[in-house]
Design a protein around this ligand. Structure first.
Ligand code: HEM
Length: 206
């Protein structure tokens, strides 16, 4: 396939952020499971699990800086914001497609372009993910890393129990997110098209 039939949709900083973040999440989930349920999961020694969790946590926080710098530095962050005038009908159309249309061979109602690469459901999901869920997970994780150092902030948020509960609930949310995200990522024009695009940067024009 020549490059003129391909659209460049994922610039290098986005791809680097995405795969470092994804690999980080896999490790954080495995070590997090062990830290939370130490008797059930023994992938590593408990001490290693804690150390890996802490180091990888900082890698994920650091690489989030790359995502923020790229998207705000280029103003491409607009890609993540839905058009509020058409948001509700767009979401309904997209949900109908995922729930029914796709199974009877209807075309995807959202046509991807480099300036509008996400459909309305992706925008809503990714906006919440990148602006609320991921920052909340990083902040609560940072506070739990050095409880004494951040005790004032922890009490401001309602105490250690609340911070810990938020961190664990978000952990379950991210486990569920990864499954749904993986499934939706297989729904390109072929099952591997979106995965390839996240490695090469190019999505096929259809
Ligand atoms: C092994 C796990 C993962 C796989 C296989 C995967 C796969 C993909 C693929 C194929 C895409 C491009 C298609 C699309 O936009 O839907 C994508 C985009 C995206 N993924 Fe993932 N992903 C993984 C983990 C994650 C995690 C853990 C997060 C965040 C916590 C995440 C956040 C995103 C975001 C925000 C985008 C859009 C990026 C952009 O173009 O700006 N992914 N993912």
């Amino acid at each position: 396939m020549s490059h003129d039939k391909m659209m460049y949709v994922h610039p290098a900083p986005v791809r680097v952020w995405h795969w470092v973040n994804a690999a980080g999440f896999v490790l954080l989930i495995l070590t997090g499971l062990q830290i939370r349920f130490a008797e059930t999961f023994t992938f590593f020694t408990l001490e290693d699990a804690i150390n890996i969790h802490n180091y990888v946590g900082f890698v994920v926080i650091g690489i989030y800086g790359l995502w923020v710098s790229y998207y705000f530095g280029t103003m491409k962050i607009k890609l993540y914001f839905p058009d509020l005038r058409t948001f509700i009908p767009d979401v309904i159309r997209q949900a109908k497609y995922y729930g029914y249309g796709i199974f009877i061979g209807e075309p995807n109602p959202h046509v991807m372009t480099p300036d509008n690469k996400f459909n309305a459901m992706q925008k809503k999901a990714y906006l919440g993910l990148m602006f609320v869920f991921l920052p909340a997970q990083m902040i609560t994780g940072l506070f739990l890393w050095r409880v004494k150092k951040f005790e004032d902030y922890i009490s401001l948020l309602g105490g250690l129990k609340i911070v810990d509960t938020v961190h664990v609930l978000l952990f379950f949310f991210f486990c569920a997110f990864m499954i749904v995200h993986f499934y939706l990522a297989t729904l390109g024009h072929s099952a591997t098209a979106h995965f390839k695009a996240m490695f090469t940067g190019y999505e096929e024009h259809h």
